[in-house]
Structure formats: C-alpha cells, structure tokens
Design a protein. Structure first.
Length: 422
C-alpha cells in the first residue's frame, strides 16, 4: 500500500517508523474530534498507520473510500481521486467498453450548456431543487456554492443538508465542529458560511437514528424532515443538498425507496433533481468512469455543463433517476491545488512562505471566527500540506483577515501568523 504522493509517503513513514504511537490503536472507528478539537490528521494516522486492521474491519473498498474522504479534508484532491480508484474493485469487460463507445458515438447534436446559467434560468419554476454530492469530492460543494446567490435571488430561503448534524447538540446558526462531520471539510465550510451570510436557514434532514433503521426507513424520515419545512412554511422554497442516490426520484431496487422518491410521494411536489456524481472524474463506479472519460474526450467541457439536444436537457448516461446531469470538466491544478478552489472567482491564490522545516500542514482560519473560541473548534477556510520551492504553500482565500496556523506531523502548533488578503 503506497500513498500516491511525497507528502503522504512522509506522513506514513512518520506514523509507522518515527512516531508509531501517534494514535490510539484501540479505536475501532475513525476519529476527527479528539477531546473537543478537530484533528484533521488523526484519521490519516489511523488509516495509514493500521491499514490491515481497518481493511479487515471495514473491507478493502471501504478502507480506500475512507482514505479518499480523509485526504480530501486536508485539500489533497489528487490523492482523493487515486484512492477512489483503489476503492473500486469492479472491472469492465471488453464488451462493456465497446457498448460505451457505441453509446457515445450515437450521441448527436449535443450542446453543453453552462450548468449554472441553465439552472438559474429554470429555478423559478420549482419550489424544491435537489442536488447531490460524493463525500470525497469537494468539487461538488464548490458547484453548490456557485448556485447559492442565484437561488436566494429566486426566493429560496432554506438549505436542507444531509451532512448537517441532526442531534440536539447541533450548531446551525454558525459553523463549528458541531455543525456536522462533513461540514468540517473546508469547502463545505465555505458553502455553509456563504449560505448563512446570504440569509439561508439551515435544516438538518438526516435521520438521527439512521443506523438502526432500514435504508428505506431512513430515507423516508429524511423526506419527512424536509416536508416539515413546507408544513411550517407553505410558501417555502427549499434547496436540498444530499449525497449520491439520496435525491433520486425513482429506485433501481424494489426494496429501496430513496429520499427524493419518498418526498415526491408524500408531498405531491415534483422537485428538480440534479445529479453531479456520475459525470465527474472517476465517477462512482467503473462504468461511470469509463463513460465519463469517453464523453469528455468527444465533447470537451471547460465549465460545469448540462448536455442539451434541441435546447432540452438529456441524461447522456441513460439514467431516469434525475432530471438533470451536471458534467464537470477534468480538474486542472495550480501547485497541486485544484483551480476550482477559487469558488467561482470568490477566492484567490495566496502564497505563504515558511522557514521551519518541520512544518507539514498550513491552515488559514478566519480571524473573526477565532476570537473567543479554540482554533480546533472552528473550520479552516483552507488548508494544505503541499509545499514547493523553499517551503511555500498555496492557499485559496477570500479577502479578509486570517490567522494562519503552522503544524508539524504530530498536529502540534509550531507558530501562528496574522494575514490580510486584499
């Protein structure tokens, strides 16, 4: 098991050879919060330091999926994609590849329209818009971020998110480690901050007892939680942000009713459902990856796009689960950081130079969020462990005041620094 880049190779060497007692090996699940502080490296300590245990406990595909998610939290998107490849143990046959090639060749008169503009154009026709994500792809959160302004301007005031903490101790009026596990990923954090700044009401729709319910029971309770918004506010317009097939309007299994389908049945409201997981780099499965690669080779896209034929949207994969399919372009990188981290031009690249050779991770926290709280309880605007040249790190930040925290591989704070981005 070889991590895909020097930073992770160095971290794994540190965990297993230099500081082998970095984590508590008795934990049977992954830990992000240690005490009352987020530790973004701790799940990597566990997964890289005791891979055999977690492969045995979770299975090899789930192990690599968790690794993919964990490296995405610290800003390593390229490694997230590489680990996802390892998580997919299925393999396509030559016949399936030929079928994909034939399907792509049969696509005629395709026009790839700008996805944000198309959704903006039709948004006023809907009370409920549902968009999904893959847990390990902050790219999807960046696209959701780009929609917030236009949806708010069209009357949407509720943002119902599967990722939000559904328990009584949740924090939904500001962003902290209690807002939700996936909410502590920095791009998710920016999505939530922007929603709150605009005036959206956050709604946690996850089933708090989901682990003890069947998948259909869980998704039906999720649908009820969203429907309750409309019961309390009949004029409400809701932006729902779920995951994978959670938002599907129909089912591929007679034994499972997804949330989107359940919501439609119980309310009579036909939501606009938008998938962005199938047609993204690596997709969700081997067939989707091969179809995506073949499609963007024939129909190159440079921005998130929706395929149209005669000005009408088409699901090029043939799925009937969703109304629209967003096709994302392949990621371009700037000093190992994805350029979509600009968040639709709201953020800029900032070079941070360091001199301490023990620095591993650089984090940028909003200064206004850090006053009166512990840094470990708030979510960084961005973070990275990629350095180049003589200890230079690239961060993506909005204008404002920040506190930079420089950490070593033990997650120990070496020093802090104030930064103003103009």
């Amino acid at each position: 098991m070889v991590p895909p880049n020097p930073s992770l190779i160095g971290l794994q060497h540190f965990i297993t050879k230099v500081q082998p007692n970095t984590f508590d090996s008795s934990f049977s699940d992954l830990h992000y919060v240690i005490g009352e502080n987020i530790n973004y490296l701790y799940p990597l300590y566990q997964l890289l330091g005791d891979g055999k245990k977690f492969m045995r406990d979770f299975s090899t595909p789930v192990y690599y999926d968790l690794l993919s998610q964990s490296v995405s939290f610290v800003g390593d998107y390229a490694a997230a994609l590489e680990y996802q490849k390892k998580a997919d143990t299925s393999h396509l046959s030559d016949v399936e590849y030929r079928q994909i090639g034939k399907s792509i060749q049969q696509l005629k008169d395709i026009k790839n329209a700008d996805a944000k503009r198309f959704i903006t154009f039709i948004a006023s026709n809907y009370k409920v818009i549902m968009l999904n994500e893959a847990f390990n792809k902050p790219l999807h959160r960046a696209f959701a971020y780009s929609l917030l302004d236009v949806l708010y301007n069209r009357g949407f005031r509720y943002l119902a998110m599967e990722m939000l903490n559904p328990m009584p101790d949740h924090e939904l009026t500001k962003l902290t480690y209690k807002t939700g596990h996936f909410a502590t990923e920095p791009v998710a954090g920016e999505l939530i901050r922007q929603a709150l700044d605009l005036g959206f009401h956050l709604v946690a729709y996850q089933d708090p007892l989901g682990n003890s319910h069947t998948p259909t029971e869980r998704d039906s309770i999720q649908a009820l939680n969203i429907a309750k918004i409309l019961k309390d506010d009949p004029e409400a317009k809701i932006f729902v942000y779920g995951s994978y097939g959670n938002i599907a309007e129909s089912s591929i299994s007679p034994d499972f009713i997804p949330m989107g389908m359940a919501f439609k049945r119980m309310t009579g409201i036909d939501p606009l459902t938008i998938d962005q997981t199938d047609m993204t780099e690596e997709s969700n499965f081997s067939f989707g990856k091969a179809f995506y690669d073949a499609y963007v080779e024939k129909f190159p896209v440079t921005t998130p796009s929706i395929p149209l034929v005669k000005d009408e949207p088409v699901n090029v994969t043939g799925t009937t689960l969703y109304d629209l399919t967003v096709i994302h372009p392949k990621t371009t990188y700037y000093f190992a950081r994805p350029t979509w981290l600009t968040l639709a031009g709201r953020r800029q690249t900032v070079s941070v130079k360091t001199k301490n050779q023990n620095i591993f991770l650089v984090q940028a926290y909003y200064q206004f969020e850090s006053f009166g709280t512990k840094p470990g309880q708030v979510v960084p605007a961005d973070q990275t462990y990629f350095s180049y040249g003589s200890g230079t790190y690239t961060l993506y930040l909005r204008r404002g005041l920040y506190i930079l925290i420089f950490r070593d591989m033990q997650y120990k704070t070496l020093y802090t620094q104030h930064l103003e981005v103009n």
